[in-house]
Design a protein around this ligand. Structure first.
Ligand code: AKG
Ligand code: FE2
Length: 184
């Protein structure tokens, strides 16, 4: 709980920079970081790699994810242009910051959520602890007013965040398909 609380400083700094890039001057803390969840993921080693999945390809439904991984590795992100999987090796003392779907929607596609997956290791158990920084379940999310006020076409509808999350958990992990739920 202390670790989760302590992430607030870095999350606020990152969101400030990201919002600045969108010309959003006022940080709406409720919608950008009003709720948080931490997962504690344990991936037991599996000598028969074909019998295990790790985590299937998906993007997070968060605004941002602050991901702490141990030194085992296995995380891959997908390059959006080449569609190639890129290994994200653990770097001691570092955090991986992933953009999630909520930020893609609010930025009207300017910031893109990253597709990622985890491949289980044959020799070592792995642990990761992602903090998902989210809107509140009762928030209605959509492209931010400042982003579309210049006449830019909204790519996403306004959706109740809890509906978006429900949609994500109703289906199997399927890459970046979750966001179709909010497409205009
Ligand atoms: O274990 C990891 O490195 C990532 C886990 C993940 O993608 C998730 O929990 O959403
Ligand atoms: Fe994830």
């Amino acid at each position: 709980m202390e670790y989760m609380r302590s992430s607030k400083t870095v999350v606020k700094k990152l969101l400030k920079i990201l919002m600045n890039g969108l010309n959003v001057k006022e940080i709406d803390e409720s919608i950008l970081m009003g709720s948080k969840r931490i997962n504690l993921n344990y991936y037991p080693k599996c000598p028969n790699l074909e019998l295990t999945v790790g985590v299937g390809r998906h993007s997070d439904v968060s605004t941002l994810t602050v991901l702490l991984q141990d030194d085992i590795g296995g995380l891959y992100v997908r390059n959006i242009d080449s569609m190639k999987w890129v290994n994200v090796p653990p770097v001691k003392g570092s955090l991986v910051i992933n953009v999630g779907d909520a930020l893609q929607i609010m930025s009207n596609g300017k910031y893109k959520s990253v597709e990622h997956r985890v491949i289980t290791n044959g020799n070592d158990n792995r642990i990761s602890a992602p903090i998902f920084v989210n809107p509140r379940p009762s928030d209605i999310i959509g492209p931010l007013a400042e982003v579309v006020e210049n006449g830019e076409k909204p790519m996403y509808k306004h959706v109740l965040y809890s509906d978006y999350v429900k949609h994500f958990f109703r289906k199997a992990h399927d890459g970046k398909a979750t966001i179709d739920f909010a497409k205009v």
